[in-house]
Structures are given as C-alpha cells and as structure tokens.
Design a protein around this ligand. Structure first.
Ligand code: FES
Length: 396
C-alpha cells in the first residue's frame, strides 16, 4: 500500500491581498521586543518564482558558480517555468509565509504570558529571496520604535549558506543605512539540540508510525532527510552536517523506539559532489534490500515547503517509491504550529533573553577554511552590533 498522504491534500495557498494584509494579522501596539524570524522564504504565488530563483542563483553565500552574474540569471530564467509548474502542483505557491506568520503570532502570545517584563512582543518575518525582505523588515522595526530586537533564525541547524546568508544580508543593509540608535540587538543563530525541538519531531514521527501495521511497525526504517550541501562547503568547515546529526540523535533518544534510522540528503543541484546518500537513492536501495516500509522525516525545516510538499510527497513518496516497489511509505509532517513546537520556540527565546549573551562565540568563529571576505566583515559587524558599542555611543 503506497501512502496517499502525498497526493490527497493540496490545499490551495490563499493569495494575500497585499503584504500589508499579512502584517495586519500580527499588528501589536507599541512593541517593546521584536522577534525577527529569518528564513529564505518561498514564492507565495507563481509570478514571484522568476525573481526568487534569480536571487538564489546570484547569492554567493548560497551557491557559488563561475561567472555567477551571468550564469546565475541564465539558470534562473531557464528553470522558472519548470519550478512554477511544481508550485502549481502544490496549490499555487509556497506556504512558508503563512506558516511563519502563524508560528510568529503564537510565539509572541506565549512570550507575552511567560515574559511580560520584555513585552509586548511582536514578530517580524525577514525573508532572503521573497518579500517581506530582510531589508524592509529591519527598516520597519526601527519605525515601530522597538527597544530590543532578537534576530531568530528559523533554521535550527546553522549553515553559512542559509542563516549565514540572511545575516550577511542584514550586515549589508546596515552598510548603507545608519544602525538604529536605540535598539539592543541579539541573535539566536542555532538551536539544533533543543530538547523540545527533538520532542516535536518525535511526536510527528510517532503520529506516522501509527499508520503502519503493528506487526511490522518496529521494522520500519526511519529516514531523516535534510537539504544536502556541496562537499566543498563541508570541507570548508560548515557546521550544518553535524548540527543536523545532533537533531537526529536527540530525536531518536526522545522517540525511544527500536526502529533503525539513517540520515539522508535531498535537493542536490548541479554536477558537483554533495553530501550523500541521497534520499531518492536510499529509497531505491532499501527496496532492493527488501526493506519496503519506510518513514521519511524532514529534519531541517520547521514548516512545509516545496521540498516537503513536492520533492518528498510527490516525487519520492509516490513516483520513486512506486517504481522501486516500496510497500508503504509515509512522510512525517513538519513542526508547523504543533503546540510543542510553539513551546520550543518560546523556550529558545526566553532562555536566550535570560542568558544575557547577545551573540555566541560559535557564530563569531569562522569556518577553518573560510575564504569569504563577506563572512569576515559580517561577523565583525555583529560582534559590534550585539555589544553595547552602538547603543552606548548613541544612547547612553
Ligand atoms: Fe563559513 Fe565563511 S564559509 S564562515
């Protein structure tokens, strides 16, 4: 029995009337603390796909190509139609903005209750490749007159290609705009090992294990799947692979089931070598070994997006699994707005605010083989932004 979760529910993503209507949902009067949720974002409608791909393909933090200013736009325009088709197949756009806003609203509600002294809290979304862009969000929180801003990466596991790219964009923005005089900034750039994050992944897995017959349930192979990374980035010293593995380890500990598990990697692009084994290859290989009951668990993204709804649900759970002769394959949901996940977000933020640490030494340390001048200057920028240098100079 091939699972039908992949094809049966594709709710059309409602097209917001305008960006301001999205913001209306989270309007908070006189916010004291801003929670700035960083993510790459995804096109809400297909007419954003071309621009989205162009921005990704020309971002050297995300991807390095020869003659990138020419090759990047060329690849983006060649891929636009094919990618638009995929977004059409998942309902007409990415749900990342919808989920991030829902998570943000629930998060600030929780923070207002748990930490009234730092409230009112207001969430802001800062996307890298689609609106609301990082630059406009940072301009907005200054206009709102917040006293404190917690920059909170929505990638639990840090990579220089994802969170690093968003942070470099913030540093770039403040090269051309004066740093706000009266905001205390701090940063949560990684939270891969938080116990409540592991708990929500364990709960999501448990929900899907129940879908297997009890007679074979313990033998289902749990395949944790994360976006792959070029081996060149791994060799530079990017911490992403071991941080993803840390989340897998703590999730399995929470789950306490006898099932075998593996960490596999998806979404490779281009001809160069990336982290393996690839998720689709692993499905085929397990089928050949006679392991025909599989559970896919997206472990590096906190909400549904094209790589879960299309790549996992349509391409792998359906097409690849069917061709390989898999008997049953399920896909665990991402955390989305699971109550344990909202608890996790709130706990991460409160622990961070209580710690007094505004920027971690781990973030300030470059990869051993980093050759990017952008990384160096952005780390220097945040070292100053997240101390009282700007604040003291301008306010005290
Ligand atoms: Fe990792 Fe520069 S590539 S810090």
């Amino acid at each position: 029995m091939l699972s039908t979760i992949c094809r049966k529910t594709f709710p059309r993503v409602p097209r917001p009337a305008s960006l301001s209507s999205v913001r209306m949902l989270s309007d908070v009067q006189n916010p004291k603390t801003a929670i700035v949720m960083l993510n790459m974002g995804g096109p809400t409608h297909i007419d954003q796909v071309g621009d989205y791909l162009h921005r990704i393909m020309t971002d050297r933090d995300m991807i390095q190509l020869p003659i990138q200013n020419k090759l990047g736009p060329w690849i983006a325009s060649r891929r636009t139609e094919e990618v638009q088709k995929k977004y059409m197949e998942i309902g007409g756009g990415s749900p990342i903005l919808k989920w991030t806003n829902s998570q943000g609203r629930l998060l600030v509600e929780a923070l207002d209750k748990l930490s009234p002294e730092t409230g009112p809290h207001k969430h802001y979304v800062a996307f890298r490749y689609v609106p609301p862009f990082t630059e406009e969000t940072f301009a907005q929180l200054e206009k709102d007159g917040v006293e404190r801003a917690v920059i909170f990466s929505q990638y639990p596991q840090y990579s220089c290609a994802t969170t690093g790219s968003s942070l470099n964009a913030i540093a770039d923005f403040y090269k051309s705009t004066p740093v706000p005089k009266n905001i205390k900034f701090s940063m949560i750039e990684r939270w891969a090992s938080h116990p409540l994050l592991a708990k929500v992944f364990a709960q999501r897995i448990q929900e899907k294990l129940e879908a297997f017959d009890p007679s074979i349930r313990d033998d289902v192979v749990i395949l944790f799947t994360a976006h792959s990374l070029p081996l060149k980035a791994v060799s530079r010293g990017d911490t992403y692979p071991h941080e993803v593995a840390a989340t897998v380890g703590s999730t399995m500990q929470q789950l306490a089931v006898p099932n075998p598990h593996r960490l596999v990697w998806q979404s490779k692009v281009g001809p160069l070598p990336w982290l393996q084994p690839y998720t689709d290859d692993a499905i085929k290989a397990y089928a050949k070994q006679g392991r025909k009951h599989l559970l896919l668990v997206p472990i590096a993204f906190v909400n549904e997006h094209i790589e879960t709804l299309h790549e996992l649900d349509i391409e792998y759970c359906y097409d690849v699994a069917k061709e390989a002769g898999i008997k049953q394959i399920e896909r665990a949901a991402t955390p989305n707005v699971h109550p344990t996940f909202i608890e996790a977000l709130a706990d991460v933020v409160i622990n961070h605010m209580n710690s007094g640490q505004r920027v971690s030494k781990q973030f300030l340390t470059r990869c051993p083989h980093c050759v990017s001048a952008r990384c160096q200057s952005s780390k220097e920028f945040f070292r100053e932004l997240c101390t009282d240098k700007y604040y003291e100079k301008n306010v005290l």
